[in-house]
Design a protein around this ligand. Sequence first.
Ligand SMILES: *[C@@H]1O[C@H](CO)[C@@H](O)[C@H](O)[C@H]1NC(C)=O
Ligand SMILES: *[C@@H]1O[C@H](CO)[C@@H](O)[C@H](O)[C@H]1NC(C)=O
Ligand SMILES: *[C@@H]1O[C@H](CO)[C@@H](O)[C@H](O)[C@H]1NC(C)=O
Ligand SMILES: *[C@@H]1O[C@H](CO)[C@@H](O)[C@H](O)[C@H]1NC(C)=O
Ligand SMILES: *[C@@H]1O[C@H](CO)[C@@H](O)[C@H](O)[C@H]1NC(C)=O
Ligand SMILES: *[C@@H]1O[C@H](CO)[C@@H](O)[C@H](O)[C@H]1NC(C)=O
Length: 342
Amino acid sequence: MIPLRLPLLAVLVSLALCQYYDYDYQPASMLGPSGPNCNQECECPINFPSAMYCDSRKLKFVPVVPTGIKYLYLHNNQIEEIKAGVFDNVTDGLRWLVLDKNHLTNAKIAKGTIDKLTALEKLFFSYNNITEPVIPPSKSLDELKMMHNKLTKFPSGLLSDKENLTSINLQHNELTSDAIAGAFKGPKKLMSLDVSNNKLKKLPAGVPSSLEILYADYNDIDSIGAGYLNKLPKLQYLRVSHNKLVDSGIPAGVFNVSSLVELDLSFNKLQSIPEINEQLEQFYLQANEISKFDLGSFCKFSGPLNYSRLKHLRLDANNITQSSMPPDTSNCLRQASDIMFD
Ligand SMILES: *[C@@H]1O[C@H](CO)[C@@H](O)[C@H](O)[C@H]1NC(C)=O
Ligand SMILES: *[C@@H]1O[C@H](CO)[C@@H](O)[C@H](O)[C@H]1NC(C)=O
Ligand SMILES: *[C@@H]1O[C@H](CO)[C@@H](O)[C@H](O)[C@H]1NC(C)=O
Ligand SMILES: *[C@@H]1O[C@H](CO)[C@@H](O)[C@H](O)[C@H]1NC(C)=O
Ligand SMILES: *[C@@H]1O[C@H](CO)[C@@H](O)[C@H](O)[C@H]1NC(C)=O
Ligand SMILES: *[C@@H]1O[C@H](CO)[C@@H](O)[C@H](O)[C@H]1NC(C)=O
């Protein structure tokens, strides 16, 4: 029964939405004898024959995939090329394709391979050298990971029919705001989008209103559009740390939306504390240029039912100390157990 746990484990890991590149496949040597219908370069567990493990074995090409394979693991090889025909027997059967940590470029992905996969649910393509996204026609795609590549564009419309897509990871690429205009329109169930470590000048436009997590750390963002968050009524986690945000780029009340639970604006150039909603719980502002503590940023009015739900507030590495807090702070910030000044 052990191999049955493998995809489940990976599902759990991806459900945890961890931002780090970290999954825990079992080494092939623990898989036991190989099933009958398997490419000889790979292993297919006898009691889980729809999985084919071809990872970590110095492969230069994607091997021919036999009929019946649904889960294909090819990570950690030296694959440079996907030749025509390798997926011909699984075009409507393959569900998971894991190609992380190889040497793939767009030029060496033959026509009639990934562009024929109509049932794919997960495409993991991180740590390769692609410059353009490779998107299968499958309407069932639910998870897309293409981090640590050289993506310079993500054309509009590629994801328009991906009704079940919930998670997209594109961190550590070379995407600009123009190059992703309209890229994320369409997937109506998208929950999580990570575009950290790119070259964005603003938060991605046209993202679906289903979004709950948006990470855009380490870009060149200097402003946030007025009303940007009003179009995202479910957004709970927003990270825009290590950007170029300045006070003039933050319209009044832009972060005052009741869905937000965590807001990370650390390592920017803010001089004052932006207004936030009473519901926010985690607020990161360390390493900015803040020199005043305005209680009105947290509570316009304090009363028995009117107070900030903030628990953690980081203000270290700013030009401000504990003594900058007005005496009535504790009425407004009555749940803040942890306010850091240094
Ligand atoms: C692909 O399918 C054809 C037709 O069913 C079959 O003859 C062939 O052996 C299959 N190849 C593989 C690698 O499964
Ligand atoms: C990507 O290409 C560069 C050279 O263009 C090479 O140095 C690097 O090793 C390649 N990376 C991968 C993951 O293939
Ligand atoms: C989307 O997911 C639902 C629920 O899992 C499923 O019933 C439906 O068939 C999926 N749609 C596609 C196009 O795969
Ligand atoms: C946030 O907006 C609400 C109305 O939507 C307003 O009552 C409240 O004062 C605002 N909070 C701050 C800190 O500006
Ligand atoms: C105080 O809180 C209540 C309930 O949350 C709200 O309806 C009311 O508008 C708030 N009053 C002010 C002045 O913010
Ligand atoms: C830091 O704060 C002090 C006292 O509020 C102020 O005099 C000084 O100009 C500030 N320095 C900077 C760089 O903002």
